[in-house]
Structures are given as C-alpha cells and as structure tokens.
Design a protein around this ligand. Structure first.
Ligand SMILES: Nc1ncnc2c1ncn2[C@@H]1O[C@H](COP(=O)(O)OP(=O)(O)OP(=O)(O)O)[C@@H](O)[C@H]1O
Ligand SMILES: [Mg+2]
Length: 269
C-alpha cells in the first residue's frame, strides 16, 4: 500500500468550541492508483489534503489518526523528517495557480524549487530537469517560458507550471486539490488528459479532489464522497456514479451542470 490513512481527524481549537474540519477520514491507495475525493464546499476535502501534506501543523490544530506513506506515519513525523517527503515523495497542487506561484519569481526557478531543496544538481542539470518536467506537464516550449513571470502566462499554463513544479522530482503521490476548478471547460479537459498521461507514463498515484463527481469520473478508478468531515460513501466510480447508495451522493450527481445548462451559460465552478 502506498498510502494508508486511518481515522484522520483535524480539529481546530481557535474558538471556545472545538471544530472538527475533518471528523473521521480513512483511505487506502495503491501505487499508481487514481482516487477521487468529492463533496460539497466545506466538507473537509482540502483540510484532509493539507493535513496529509503537513500544511496545518500549529498549536491550535489537533491532528489525530495515522497516515502511513510507504509504512511511515506522515502525521507522526517531525517537521524535518516530513520535509524529506514534501515535494519529493509526495506533492500537492492547488486550486488557484496565481496565488500558489510567486509573482516575482521567474517560472524556471519556481519549477526548480524542489530540486534546490532536495538535490545537489548543477544549474545546468536543474534547468534540464525543469524543462523535462515542463514537457511532461504539457509545456513543450519550456525554453521560452523559463524566463517568464507568472502573469505573462494564461491560467491553464500557470496550472501546468504548478504541475511541473510538483512533478520535478517524480513523486510517487500527487495530491491535486481542485486543480482545474478555476479554468474553463476546454482547458480543464486538457489538464485532466495531462494528469492521465502523467499517471500512465510515470506511474504517479493521484489523489484528485473536486466538488464535481463528473470530473472525478473522467480520471479516477475509485472515489470517496465526503460531507461534514466524514466519509458518506466510497467505492469504484461505477458503483458510486451509477448506483449511489446515499441520497447525498445522488444530490451531488444531480447538481452537476449538464451540457445544455453549460451552453445556456449556467456554468458553475
Ligand atoms: N483555518 C481554519 N480554521 C478553522 N476552520 C477552518 C479553517 N480552514 C477551513 N476551515 C473549515 O474547515 C471546513 C472544511 O474546509 P475545507 O477547506 O477542507 O473544505 P473543502 O471541502 O475543501 O471545500 P471547498 O470545496 O470549498 O474547497 C470548513 O467548514 C471550513 O470553514
Ligand atoms: Mg477545498
């Protein structure tokens, strides 16, 4: 098993009453597997991802449970132990590439970030690896983009830069937190194709987060449905999409914009 999460709980103690953004989350993922997490806004999808990546570690947040990555518990690691995994063994890409890229730093340097942290490659070797990662992420003209700043790129290209940066060290697990939600439908489909291709070529396992079950269906083999920090249903895409057991899942499926609605301009997120 590549990832084995058992009873993850993330509880905020900022207020008088503790608030569990994630109540009880468990998931097993094999090497190279693509699994989706869906659920309405606020259901705890991002918080689950961030907790696994070690991004919500602070005094006011109590995290319990286990998250075994290749047998080692990500939740129990010290910060310095965890840093050896972040960006190398597991990476995350976020919903809004403009806010996760540094606007004042050139594209090439940002793609190389993990190489600077984890390797002792020369400048030339880093550049080479960055260009390879960009090509893998669907940016074949990396040479031209290398010296550009994020604002000079389209939204779709910026997201591809994020993907390249996340993949530059060939992690075994990529967590993609709504990576296409901010993009229009055509670009969204192209990015999904790129992720599929990365999975096929590199064997990268992908944990794909979306509020849109249809997007997850296009990419993943299995899906977990979350609500209020809990798992309400899980199974293969076919089971969950075509034979949902829970009313909540049915509502999520029904809430998908159909093609006709999209043409009518009622596009949601
Ligand atoms: N820093 C924080 N402190 C306290 N509560 C938070 C914090 N960040 C998020 N939350 C709450 O945790 C819950 C889960 O949030 P989370 O961001 O995981 O939802 P989500 O499923 O990713 O939603 P979306 O689809 O909108 O991205 C929400 O109720 C949110 O308000
Ligand atoms: Mg989220």
């Amino acid at each position: 098993m590549l990832l084995n999460v058992e009873h993850l709980k993330v509880e905020f103690h900022d207020y008088t009453v503790p608030f569990a953004a994630v109540e009880d989350f468990s998931l097993s993922m094999g090497e190279g597997e693509m699994v989706g997490i869906v659920g309405e806004s606020g259901s705890g999808k991002s918080m689950t991802a961030h907790a696994l990546m070690g991004l919500v570690r602070r005094a006011q947040v109590a995290i319990s449970g286990k998250a075994l990555f290749d047998g080692s518990d990500l939740l129990a690691m010290s910060r310095s132990q965890l840093r050896r995994y972040q960006g190398k063994e597991l990476s995350i890409i976020f919903q809004e590439p403009m806010t996760s890229l540094n606007p004042t730093m050139k594209i090439g340097r940002q793609v190389e970030d993990a190489l600077r942290i984890h390797t002792r490659l020369t400048t030339q070797q880093r550049r080479q690896r960055a260009l390879e990662a960009m090509a893998l992420a669907g940016l074949p003209d990396g040479e031209k983009l290398y010296g550009c700043y994020p604002h000079q790129l389209s939204g779709g290209m910026r997201q591809r830069v994020m993907i390249a940066a996340a993949l530059v060290l060939h992690p075994r697990l990529l967590i993609a937190d709504e990576p296409t939600t901010a993009l229009d439908v055509t670009i969204q489909a192209q990015i999904l194709d790129t992720l599929k291709e990365i999975n096929r070529r590199e064997g990268t396992a992908i944990l794909f987060i979306s509020h849109d079950l249809g997007v997850v269906k296009a990419l993943c083999q299995r899906v977990v449905v979350m609500r209020h920090g809990l798992i309400v249903e899980e199974g293969t895409i076919d089971q969950v999409f075509y034979h949902p057991r829970e009313e909540y899942t049915r509502q999520l499926i029904a809430a998908r914009p159909t093609r006709r609605k999209l043409r009518g301009g009622v596009e949601h997120g």
